[in-house]
Ligand binder design. Structure first.
Ligand code: ADP
Ligand code: MG
Length: 616
């Protein structure tokens, strides 16, 4: 038998290695931008076409390369950043593996122009599928310009695997931000299909964050700064009242490298502790600086995970630094007389200036055991249809009990339901609802007590209405008298653009106003009481959360997000009429018993159960 093992040709080996380094256009963006940083640039330009599928170009004004280095840079394991194994522990640069250019050149058509500071002429190299196609002297500015065309042109399986432009662009924006945030002393621009996505001047970290995330961040940021022997901490946390329900804005940078670390996240989250609303996450932009000797970034090629020598100490420092800032800026529970005025909500003097003793009014005719008298008039059409719904409510009782029995694997017993309704009893009981803790609606039903979760019920009602509106395009829009602008970060802006048809279907009229901004011209007709910007923000927040948690289509997701956003919240007092309407509309739903996310909306405590409790 002949020997069968052969060394792979470089082009194949590079293509395999590329699979690790370049998963999508955003990975190439990250590598090229990091190279530009390592070259000591003060200005970096990113130009992208078709979400990086057609072109990714990075132009820097860094140190440039000699002719030989330019040629060498495409070889695998060719790097100027380390020379021996020990150097791995001294790394201050972003790159060090010498893999990126070789990988990119294996799966794309690459065009590089570079010139060192002081050199007369530069060099222009074209590489395609690891093969150098052309090399010549050229006139070009100092620095390096790198064009990556037709990524994965020779790996069709990979190319087909890419997501929509909108998704790929969001990944690119994410990588761009990871590089731009910790480097505010470098100017960046980013163009996509000839439109400017970012234009970031040199400035402070705060200015950088505001330039990326929008003007509203100016007043949301609380500075954090702490220098210890082990770690230098610098950056900002977001005021707790602006905390988000998605894990969107959590940025740790270790020696200017974006990292993910759930242990350190916990340190920040716990520093906020009870300041955060339930189910919300702290947002932060924190730059940690440690001696490279005490970390190991060599774990993963994409390098977002890092091993620390002294993780516990860093945890403790981080937590106390954030706590200190929250305290200093009057966010921690210390009373601040300017900000917490509501604690001293003393009623103002009456108009006539005379202060009288408080009086208690007693209705001596009130009899708590008397059932409210409701005159029997001819019922209106609406009332008639309501009655049908209330009948459904009784059946709900039946259905629920049957359901519960089936769930318990018991034989359903028909006799639990008394179908022989007493009309009067139904009417009187149906008209009386009681609100418990501004959260639950209690209704007397024949078989016991029905408890409805007001928020869940409302969510179900709105959800079904919205799904119908989206599918039939028949929602009404109320035009805003004073259109408001809605400013977003670049990623969210892309998302809203993608969702525009669905948003229009539910009644929003929003139009793009240049960079990262929409103008809200109209809102769904039944949301006139809401602040339109808050409404859209909340909608987006819920939508993003759904994206992480569920696999639903866009229509359903939008309907869910909007329903959650608009539903009356626990804590809202409802009038008798509002309660009745809510119950009524709930039972007009196709699936009244659960919220769109599957939580129960109704629970029934049967008379039998109560009897048992009272030993009857
Ligand atoms: P690494 O960054 O890990 O060293 P790369 O494959 O990304 O590996 O780059 C190889 C080498 O090419 C770098 O070490 C650097 O010397 C050179 N290089 C790459 N991009 C640039 C650039 N924009 N400016 C100057 N030199 C560069
Ligand atoms: Mg590199």
């Amino acid at each position: 038998m002949p020997d069968i093992i052969q060394l792979l040709p470089d082009s194949v080996a590079n293509q395999i290695a590329a699979g690790e380094v370049v998963q999508r256009p955003a990975s190439a963006v990250k590598e090229l931008m990091e190279n530009a940083l390592d070259a000591g640039s003060t200005s970096i330009k990113l130009i992208v076409k078709d979400a990086g599928k057609t072109l990714i170009q990075v132009i820097d004004n860094g140190c440039g390369m000699s002719e030989t280095d330019a040629r060498m840079s495409f070889e695998r394991h060719a790097t100027s950043k380390i020379r021996k194994a020990d150097d791995l522990f001294l790394i201050r640069t972003m790159g060090f593996r010498g893999e990126a250019l070789a990988s990119i050149a294996a799966i794309a058509q690459v065009d590089m122009k570079t010139k060192r500071v002081g050199d007369e002429v530069g060099v222009h190299i074209t590489v395609e599928g690891s093969e150098v196609k052309n090399q010549e002297a050229c006139f070009c500015p100092e620095g390096t310009s790198f064009s990556v065309k037709n990524l994965f042109y020779n790996v069709p399986a990979r190319r087909n695997f890419l997501k929509s432009d909108s998704v790929e662009l969001r990944h690119i924006i994410e990588e761009f931000e990871h590089v731009a945030i910790p480097n505010p002393d470098i100017a960046f621009t980013f163009h996509h299909n000839n439109a400017e996505v970012f234009h970031l001047e040199r400035g402070s970290l705060k200015q950088r964050l505001v330039a990326i995330f929008g003007k509203s961040y100016d007043t949301r940021l609380i500075p954090v700064e702490e220098n210890t022997g082990i770690v230098k901490i610098k950056g900002f946390v977001i005021k707790p009242e602006f905390a988000k329900k998605t894990r969107g804005e959590q940025f740790f940078f270790l020696n200017k490298r974006f990292i993910k670390n759930s242990y350190l996240h916990h340190a920040v989250q716990s520093a906020f502790a009870e300041l955060l609303p339930k189910d919300s996450f702290a947002s932060y932009f924190l730059l940690l600086d440690v001696d490279p000797k005490t970390i190991d970034v060599n774990i993963h090629p994409t390098k977002t995970e890092v091993k620390f020598e002294d993780e516990k100490a860093i945890y403790a420092f981080l937590r106390s630094a954030v706590k200190k800032s929250l305290g200093q800026f009057n966010i921690a529970p210390s009373i601040d007389f300017d900000q917490e005025a509501y604690l001293f909500n003393i009623p103002s003097k009456p108009a006539d200036g005379i202060i009288r003793q408080p009086q208690i009014k007693v209705d001596t005719n009130y009899n708590p055991f008397k059932v409210e008298y409701i005159p029997k008039e001819k019922p209106s059409e609406r009332e008639l249809s309501n009655r049908n719904n209330w009948e459904k409510m009784y059946n709900a009782n039946k259905d629920l009990q049957l359901q519960q029995k089936v769930e318990k694997d018991e034989e359903p017993e028909q006799q639990t339901i008394n179908a022989d309704w007493d009309n009067d009893a139904r009417e009187s009981s149906s008209k009386l609802s009681y609100q418990l803790h501004n959260k639950y609606i209690l209704s007397n039903i024949k078989n016991g007590l029905m408890v409805i979760d007001q928020q869940g019920a409302h969510e179900r009602i709105l959800y079904e209405q919205l799904v119908e509106k989206i599918e039939n395009h028949k929602s009404a829009t109320q035009q805003e008298l004073f259109p408001k602008t809605f400013e977003l970060n670049a990623q969210d802006f892309e998302m809203v653009k993608e969702l525009q048809p669905e948003l229009e279907a539910i009644g929003f009229d929003i139009r793009e106003l240049g960079k990262n901004t929409f103008v809200i011209h109209g809102v769904p007709a039944d949301t006139a009481d809401y602040d339109s910007v808050q409404l859209l923000e909340g909608l987006l927040e819920n939508y993003k959360q759904n994206l992480q948690e569920l696999k639903t289509n866009k229509h359903e997701n939008i309907a869910r997000a909007m329903a959650r956003n608009m539903a009356v919240k626990a804590g809202k007092a409802l009038t008798q009429e509002e309660m009745n309407n809510l119950v009524d509309e709930l039972f007009a739903c196709k699936m009244p018993y659960h919220t769109p996310s599957g939580n129960p909306t109704i629970s029934i405590i049967s008379i039998d159960e109560l009897n048992e409790r009272f030993n009857k």
